[in-house]
Design a protein around this ligand. Structure first.
Ligand code: ZN
Ligand code: ZN
Length: 336
C-alpha cells in the first residue's frame, strides 16, 4: 500500500497502518501536542506495519522521542498491537481503560485460558472440532502481533482528556469491545469513535467467554446513547473520517434488526445449532478462513443470545449440542 498518510484539520495526521486482513488498514491518528505527538491506536505489529511507520516518520522528520503519548480507543490487536513496540522506542506512556487492559492481559497474558474457554463455547454450539483447531492455531498467532505488551496507565469513561490543546470527553462504548472508549470534543464536534461506529463496515459484535452474556444488547444500547451527541466529523478506526454520524448509527441499528429477524425466521422450521445458523448466514466459504470464521461464529452467538434474552428464540440441548428454535408465538385467548 502506498500513501499511508492523510492530513486532517487542526494539524492532525491520519496514518493508514496496513493490516493483513480484509479490513486492509487501521487508522492511527497523530495529534500534534506542545511537545511531539499523541498517537491514537498505533496498529497491529507486523513487518508491514512497522515498515509503514518508519516511512511515515522518515517522510515527516519525526523521531521516536517525538512520540509523547499513546492512547488506545480499545484493546483489539489491530489497535493495541504496536503500543508496546512504540513504548519501548519512545518511552511514551500508554493509556487505555482498565477494563480494556484486563481483557488484553486475559487474552495474551502468559496464563491465558481464553483459547480453552472459546473452544468449549464454540464446540457446545456445534463447531466441528477440526475447524476449532484451525481457530485456536490462528488465535495463537496473535501473541507475537501484540508483543511486547505495554505498561499501561488508565483513563476511564466519564473523565476528560487533553488532546491537541483541547479537552475531550471520554464515553463508555461497550459491545464491540468492553472497556472501549469514544472521545468527544464539543467545540469541534469531533468524535473519535474507534470501531464502535464505522462507515461501510458493520462493527463486529462478538460473544466473548467471561464477558457480558448479551454484547449485542449492550452495543445497541450504546449506539442509541451515541446518537445524542452533536457530531460534525467522526474519526473511525477503519476507512475514512465521515459525516452523517447519526444516520450511520441508524443504518447499523437497521442492519441488526434485519439480521435478528432473519435468524428468528430461519429457526421457525427446525432447531439449528449456532454453527449451522452461522454457515447459513455467512456462507460455508468461511471454513477456509479461521480468522473470519471465529468472528462470524461469535457474531452469530451474539445475535442468538440477544434473541434468547428477548424471548424470541429458545435453546434446546440435543446430543450435547445446543440448538435454537423460534419461540412459539404463544397466542393467548380469553374466553368470556
Ligand atoms: Zn475493534
Ligand atoms: Zn479495528
Amino acid at each position: 500500500m502506498s500513501g499511508f498518510i492523510a492530513e486532517l484539520p487542526e494539524g492532525w495526521l491520519q496514518v493508514k497502518v496496513p493490516l493483513p486482513f480484509s479490513l486492509k488498514w487501521v487508522n492511527s491518528y497523530m495529534v500534534p501536542e506542545e511537545r511531539g505527538y499523541t498517537i491514537i491506536d498505533p496498529g497491529l505489529r507486523t513487518e508491514e506495519a512497522v515498515g509503514a511507520w518508519s516511512k511515515v516518520m522518515q517522510d515527516r522528520g519525526i523521531a521516536w522521542l517525538d512520540i509523547s503519548r499513546i492512547v488506545l480507543t480499545h484493546q483489539h490487536p489491530d489497535h493495541y498491537g504496536l503500543a508496546g513496540y512504540m513504548q519501548e522506542r519512545s518511552g511514551a506512556p500508554v493509556y487505555m481503560s482498565s477494563r480494556a487492559h484486563a481483557y488484553a492481559r486475559r487474552l495474551w497474558g502468559e496464563d491465558s485460558d481464553y483459547p480453552e474457554a472459546l473452544e468449549s463455547l464454540f464446540l457446545q454450539h456445534g463447531m466441528p472440532e477440526g475447524l476449532m483447531d484451525d481457530i485456536v492455531r490462528n488465535l495463537a498467532e496473535f501473541v507475537s502481533r501484540v508483543s511486547p505488551q505495554p505498561v499501561v496507565q488508565y483513563i476511564e469513561a466519564g473523565e476528560k482528556l487533553q488532546l491537541g490543546g483541547r479537552q475531550w470527553q471520554l464515553i463508555d462504548a461497550p459491545g464491540h469491545a468492553f472497556g472501549g472508549l469514544c472521545f468527544y470534543q464539543p467545540e469541534l464536534g469531533w468524535m473519535l469513535c474507534g470501531d464502535q461506529v464505522l462507515p461501510h463496515i458493520t462493527p463486529n459484535v462478538s460473544v466473548v467467554p467471561g464477558e457480558e452474556r448479551d454484547p449485542l444488547g449492550c452495543f445497541l444500547h450504546s449506539l442509541e446513547e451515541l446518537k445524542a451527541w452533536e457530531v460534525t466529523l467522526a474519526l473511525p478506526g477503519h476507512r475514512e473520517p465521515f459525516t452523517g454520524f447519526r444516520e450511520r448509527i441508524e443504518q447499523l441499528q437497521g442492519h441488526h434488526d434485519r439480521r435478528l429477524a432473519a435468524m428468528e425466521e430461519l429457526l421457525k422450521g427446525a432447531p439449528m445449532s449456532a454453527f449451522a445458523v452461522c454457515e447459513t448466514s455467512f456462507g460455508s466459504h468461511l471454513r477456509r478462513n479461521p480468522h473470519n470464521l471465529r468472528f462470524a461464529m461469535a457474531e452469530t452467538l451474539a445475535h442468538l443470545f440477544h434473541l434468547e434474552g428477548m424471548g424470541r428464540v429458545d435453546a434446546v440441548r440435543k446430543d450435547g449440542t445446543l440448538e435454537y428454535e423460534a419461540s412459539p408465538t404463544g397466542i393467548v385467548s380469553f374466553e368470556a
